[in-house]
Design a binder for this molecule. Structure first.
Ligand code: TMP
Ligand code: ASP
Length: 229
């Protein structure tokens, strides 16, 4: 596999062409952004962790029948992926109320939901990823009805698999965002699945274990009696 030219640089990742037109290299950076790039920082080794976390999760999802763009982890910061035509509709699944839903409806974070909620957002940094519904996505040609149905069903299946996985490890999967793309006529799960795009809370203490620590400037907690850093 030969790495070729840089095709695209996003806020947290870079995509490179390879000598195979159907395959790309996805490189994970240490840069962290929030609020559509308005807040910026660097978290040392985040790229390495996110590449490993994403690779492990994509492998687990594939073994459970979810079709993803993941081919293989190449090294610390790179994975080989299938080239996608990105569908510009982000899919969010929520198990507990948090973040923008809490603000929008004025309901306290952590409130339980009787069933998971699926939401769609139009992928656009300049517009701040506005919330949309299926009608907008179809009418503007961002996704077809079949694609929307498949994306929702896959997102709910991913939710079941990941919720169980994290629950067994003492972590609540509060919500997460997925992106999809089309590859050779099939809809595949793309992008990354990492604590940058998921809310993960400790089941007993409800401590936040995800990018909300960066978004909300939460100080790093140190173990009692530890040396600190
Ligand atoms: P929200 O509560 O801000 O709408 O976020 C819902 C979930 O989606 C949360 O787990 C964080 C994730 N997310 C992203 O990955 N990228 C984004 O641009 C936004 C707004 C949210
Ligand atoms: N990923 C988005 C950004 O970089 C938003 C977020 O994660 O809060 O701005």
């Amino acid at each position: 596999m030969e790495k070729r030219e840089k095709l695209y640089e996003g806020k947290a990742k870079v995509l490179y062409a390879t000598d195979d037109k159907d395959l790309l290299i996805q490189y994970f950076k240490d840069e962290a952004t929030a609020f559509d790039g308005k807040k910026k920082g660097v978290i040392e080794e985040k790229g390495v962790l996110n590449n490993k976390i994403s690779s492990a999760i994509f492998k687990m999802l594939e073994s459970n029948g979810v079709k993803t763009h993941f081919v293989e982890q190449l090294n610390d910061r790179e994975m080989l992926v299938k080239r996608l035509r990105i569908i510009p509709v982000e899919v969010v699944v929520r198990n507990l109320i948090a973040g923008s839903l809490s603000k929008r409806l004025g309901i306290e974070e952590g409130t339980a939901l009787s069933e998971p909620i699926v939401e769609f957002f139009y992928k656009s940094d300049p517009l701040g990823d506005p919330m949309i519904n299926e009608y907008h996505a179809r009418a503007f040609g961002w996704a077809t009805d079949a694609e929307l149905k498949e994306m929702s069903a896959t997102a709910l299946k991913v939710n079941e698999i990941l919720s169980r996985f994290f629950d067994e490890r003492g972590i609540i999967l509060v919500d997460f965002k997925l992106e999809f793309g089309e590859h050779k006529g099939k809809v595949l799960l793309g992008d990354e699945i990492t604590p940058d795009g998921c809310r993960l809370w400790d089941k007993t203490t409800r401590e936040k274990l995800d990018k909300d620590r960066f978004r909300r400037d939460l100080s790093r907690s140190e173990p009692t009696g530890g040396l600190g850093r």
